[in-house]
Design a protein around this ligand. Structure first.
Ligand code: CMC
Length: 444
């Protein structure tokens, strides 16, 4: 940071047009801060201080609402216009014309694969779908009613103990192997968590099937020798995985990056991401939406429910977003996928309630003023339920879809020379310098 008088700074028109002049009214000093890519370096504020021996100025930003934590070339979002692109490709085109594994390749490698690269990638993922037999034993060790997200989080974290070499994160090939393993094994772990809760035997991966069909087979196969998913349902699930594959610096990705910044292995970092996704304000919202729709029960109950939301009694789950101040483009695509799925399964009766809720909310001043629109989680649960998933599994599906995004972001973090261990500041509000009195005296 240069500490120059403003008059001097404005003399260099070009430089000053890309800078911010700050006057500290406590001291009268002026500072010129460089603006790069619409940001200033928070660290540069540190030189703004009254006395040399006191801490410099910092930014206070709970929830990082206006703080960029990294440079990233993976996902672009324009929240006002409702635009989402992976590596520059619009989500609408990827959902219509690509498939989940190709999108995963794109996110991680930055470019679409050639035919050879694609075949190699699919081969690698397919042949890493099996997990060590020990994994089966510890999944079986969970209580019969364990939430599958808790099981997924624990089992992904536990994979680090099976692959201790994963700690060698400086090695590109090694990183690639762990990325492949994780994308390949997440459906196996998710499906086994589901089967465990249902008291059904685990189904091993079937390498003749594609990624989504194999996942459905591990979930739903019973005594038949080969599970054949309805291709329209497998396609709809594949589209849903694409729509969830990445979303720049959201809560779980931030968790993956934050934990990954300590240079821990990627299984531990992704496990932290799964924990973050579990929460109802993030990926857990899809489960919460379905429970909310069931609780509302009939269209007649909607006005009273909306009144409760407006009075601050609860939130309309599946509505609102930190970045989108317009219709979430993923919600639009999911609404369309609903039609395809319901054509096969019959219409989910909760759809009527969801559509009516949306209609009322989009014309109600409370939601209009706050720019609250349906997000990705508003309609996805209706599809998942039609596909026979219980609500506890919804966020597991989100996690499997998000895995390539987490791993692409982790890989970018590890290779970004500007990144450091994540370690925010705080504003200390507690006591200082108290004299400790031992319990024996305090309780006498
Ligand atoms: N229902 C009712 N009011 C809401 C909602 C909602 N769903 N979302 C935000 N608001 C209100 C909030 O009360 C606040 O009002 P006021 O200014 O009067 O205090 C205003 O809108 C701004 O909300 P905020 O909480 O400051 O916004 P945020 O950016 O911190 O939170 C959010 C974003 C997604 C956590 C929030 O909109 C929410 O809780 N939505 C419901 C949960 C949900 O659907 N989450 C899934 C998000 S999309 C999938 C994902 O990426 O995880």
């Amino acid at each position: 940071m240069t500490n120059v008088p403003a008059t001097e700074a404005s003399a260099t028109a070009d430089a000053s047009s890309q800078s911010l002049t700050v006057r500290d009214n406590r001291t009268g000093a002026e500072y010129e801060l460089q603006i790069t890519d619409g940001t200033i370096r928070a660290g540069e504020l540190g030189q703004i201080r009254v006395d040399a021996d006191e801490p410099g100025l910092a930014v206070y930003d709970p929830g990082f609402t206006n703080t960029a934590s990294c440079r990233s070339a993976i996902t672009y979002i324009d929240g006002d216009k409702g635009i989402l692109e992976y590596r520059g490709y619009p989500i609408e085109q990827l959902a219509e014309k690509s498939n989940f594994l190709e999108v995963a390749y794109l996110l991680i490698n930055g470019e679409l694969p050639t035919k050879e690269q694609y075949e190699e990638w699919v081969h690698e993922i397919t042949y890493h779908t099996f997990v060590h037999e020990n994994v089966k034993e510890f999944v079986q060790g969970f209580r019969y009613d364990a939430h599958p997200m808790g099981m997924l989080m624990a089992s992904v974290g536990a994979l680090s103990t099976f692959y201790p070499e994963a700690t060698n994160i400086a090695d590109e090939q090694n990183r690639h192997l762990q990325i492949v393993r994780m994308i390949a094994k997440m459906p196996t772990l998710g499906a086994w968590a589901f089967r465990h809760a249902q008291g059904k035997p685990f189904v091993y991966p079937d390498n003749d099937l594609n990624y989504t069909e194999n996942f459905l087979s591990m979930l739903f196969k019973m005594s038949e020798s080969k599970f054949a998913a309805d291709p329209r349902l497998a396609k709809a699930l594949d589209v849903l995985l694409i729509l969830h594959a990445d979303h720049e610096q959201n809560c779980s990705t931030n968790a993956v990056r934050s934990v990954g910044s300590s240079q821990v292995d990627p299984y531990s970092a992704v496990s932290a991401g799964i924990g973050a996704l579990y929460g109802p304000l993030h990926g857990g919202a899809n489960e919460a939406v379905l429970r909310m729709l069931k609780r509302i029960g009939t269209k007649e109950n909607i006005p009273a429910f909306i009144e409760g939301v407006k009075n601050g009694e609860e939130r309309l789950m599946g509505f609102g977003h930190r970045v989108y101040k317009n219709y979430d483009p993923r919600a639009k695509l999911i609404k369309k996928a609903c039609d395809d799925v319901f054509e096969v399964t019959g219409v989910n009766p909760l759809l009527e309630i969801a559509q009516e809720l949306e209609k009322i909310a989009l014309s109600d001043e409370y939601f209009v003023k706050r720019r609250l629109y349906p997000n990705v989680d508003f309609y996805s649960g209706l599809i998942y339920e039609a596909l026979q998933f219980p609500p506890e599994m919804f966020t597991v599906l989100f996690a499997i879809g998000r895995a390539p995004g987490w791993l692409a972001q982790w890989n970018e973090l590890v290779t970004d020379k500007e990144q450091k261990i994540a370690r925010p500041k705080q504003i200390y509000t507690g006591d200082r310098g108290l004299d400790f009195v031992p319990a024996s005296e305090r309780w006498a």
